[in-house]
Design a protein around this ligand. Sequence first.
Ligand code: NAD
Ligand code: WQD
Length: 346
Amino acid sequence: MSTHPAPTVLLTGGAGYIGSHTAVTLLEAGYRLVVVDDLSNSSEVALDRVRQLAPGELVFHRLDLRDEQALDAVVAASGIDAVVHFAGLKAVGESVAEPLRYYEVNIGATISLLRVLQRHGVRRLVFSSSATVYGDPASVPVREDARLSTTNPYGRTKLVIEDLLRDVAAADPSWHVALLRYFNPVGAHPSGRIGEDPRGIPNNLMPFVMQVAVGRHPELVVFGDDYPTPDGTCIRDYIHVVDLAEGHRAALEHLDRLGGCRAVNLGTGNGSSVLEVVTEASRAVGRAIPHRVGPRREGDAPATYADPSLAAELFGWRATRTLADMCADAWRWQSANPHGYAEPIA
Ligand code: NAD
Ligand code: WQD
């Protein structure tokens, strides 16, 4: 038997879409997990299912990260080695309507977390950043040294938090921070037991497509087909959420070698158009996804996809799952759970 106890990782927002998938991957790798989440955009059922999918220890505390006293008590009692900070609000349109709430929650929660970690000597952190920090990139594929700009309050909270973490790491060289810039996470665990369960009408393409497929919406509206791309629809770098989860595991394993604070893209390096996603999703579902072309959505970049080579170099990580895998797994989750984690209304 090993004499080393398994490392303990704090997952903020660990009941959410990406957090729950990362929890499965980390439990499988032997980490002990402490999840804190206020369940403002998630369900505890996701964590029950994580426990069914993977062996090991996962402790859950329901709290708002901005409740610094409650968070302090959890960190004081848990012996945390590293943190993955997922918690935050993420809907672009909502952030335009409610900017104050987005700044308060996303930045307030991060400051509270950092104060607690400083107090308890925890200096290893992985942060959920986003390709939204590249705005409409001047060229693709996008490297981490591309110019940063964003078009909405949600994106600005990511830029502020990246700056905040860079400043904190610069002030104290014992910090090791990875700013993981996710491209477009989609798909679900291949078991179909956990997946993406957005509240209300989904903003994002894949959950909307899947909800059309189960009959929750009559059709998809494709936001514009007059972009300067081969089929006229926008191009994105869709990445399977399990690849993304494995990217977090790789980042945690290599954190100490990063030296301070580093931004790293997590994407596949491949771009797919909206119509390509619709075609692949139709194949996975086994029938056509009804769709029509509508006007462009304000703020959409014509094409963005990652240069993922830094993650390969630093973490030895590469995405391996295809768009077909993403659609098949998203459909397995959606068809088995047409109302997500909620019980269907009788
Ligand atoms: P999600 O909403 O499913 O998960 C976020 C979790 O944080 C939720 O469970 C929510 O209840 C929790 N939370 C929110 N505010 C909190 C607070 N104050 N205290 C405690 N818990 C709180 O979102 P996700 O898709 O899993 O995203 C996770 C992270 O990744 C977010 O920071 C998001 O901005 C970032 N990100 C997501 C995407 C994407 O497309 N899904 C892309 C890039 C970056
Ligand atoms: C993808 C493509 C749409 C819905 C967003 C955030 C970004 C990051 C990931 C958090 C676009 C088109 C969509 C629909 C459509 N999240 N589309 N009809 O905009 O690339 O990125 O999620 O950090 O910050 O901005 O993703 O899934 O919304 O859109 O035609 O009903 O699908 O125009 O081209 P996006 P998305």
